[in-house]
Design a protein around this ligand. Sequence first.
Ligand SMILES: C[S@@+](CC[C@H](N)C(=O)[O-])C[C@H]1O[C@@H](n2cnc3c(N)ncnc32)[C@H](O)[C@@H]1O
Length: 386
Amino acid sequence: MDSIVAQIHALAETSDEVGRLEIQKGLRDVQMEIQSPKDLLMSLANSQLLIATIRMGADLKLFRNIAAHKGSMTTVQLADITGSSPQLLGRLLRYLSSNGMIRETGLHEYQANTNTHILADDKGEAMVYHGFDTHGPIVSAMPDFFKQNNYRDIDSVTDTPFQKAHNTKLRPFDWFVQNPKHFETLQKVMTSLAGAEWTVGFDLLDMEAKKVPSTPPRPSEKPFFVDVGGGHGHQSIQLGKRYTNLLGRLVLQDLPAVINQLPPIEGVQTEAYDFFEKQSIIGAKFYYLRRIIHDWPDEECTKILRNVADAMDPTSRLLIDEVVLPDTGAHWQATMADISMMIGLGGKERTSEQWHSLAGSAGLRVEQIHLYTASTYTSIIVLALK
Ligand SMILES: C[S@@+](CC[C@H](N)C(=O)[O-])C[C@H]1O[C@@H](n2cnc3c(N)ncnc32)[C@H](O)[C@@H]1O
């Protein structure tokens, strides 16, 4: 058995992202084949309990404390640091270790494993809080919501499980503005997905960036890159690092509630802007929308895209950084994102056909699709004026 495990490890280490996911899928298939009905039902019953316990662990800074400590810690030590009772903590630790979130090294002794480290950093913690506090209630509201709507697809931004769960009539982002704790966590999750993989091997961007002089921009010069709804600006920051000649030519736009509390970002101009209003930056080389369009139903998306299209000139390009769902055989992470967008925001992940149709509705055409993370189908959809 050990040798099979070692072989799988070796295979995973030499595999790319797609290969790694294939191995995981294979392992899941094997698990499915050998599990009893009871195994499946017990594991389903466990899913909510596990995230709730992890959420408590985050509150207690349990993962951070264990991860920061070299070697094992005892339950009593951890109870001391966290202020919880050793009896309760002992039961939680035993449960977490039996679920692989920490490693049990002896009687009442625990150590960090890979999962502990993932849960101990800011990104992991933000994902847990967002998953449990913001998204969890929406998931719980989902069955009743769909029973009441007679199992219809969602194409509204104000009539989704989100409103039912959070007892509001507001659009989700209006609610987020009024609930800064939830909004901050969402932004942390977004920043944690901050990779700049999309810029690698993307010839169009590279070619245009190389044409830009290294001298500071002239006052009349149009911006090179406008990150619309760019959150805390992680993509503009990454782009400025990769192409220093673009500094001073990058613009970050987001809602006033986001922009007004940001510290200055060197080389990036920030602007409070609502993307349902007219775009004030005319003729930029690139407008960039990352994880924006999947947040909204088609009607709202057409408005957002039209506002960009109206500001574009024939040389401008709109870059949409999102999933292009395959027609069949989609990976569970992508289908999960699709359902999550629907119940949380009234949005969706889109297939190539849906992207073409949406672009057309806003006077745009799909010029190119640059797939950059094959495992999640994340792509840059390049749109030009029709
Ligand atoms: C899912 S986040 C994506 C953030 C960023 N683009 C990224 O990929 O990390 C959606 C972003 O859209 C912004 N947003 C929502 N409604 C907006 C609006 N009407 N105008 C401008 N930005 C908006 C939010 O504040 C948030 O930063």
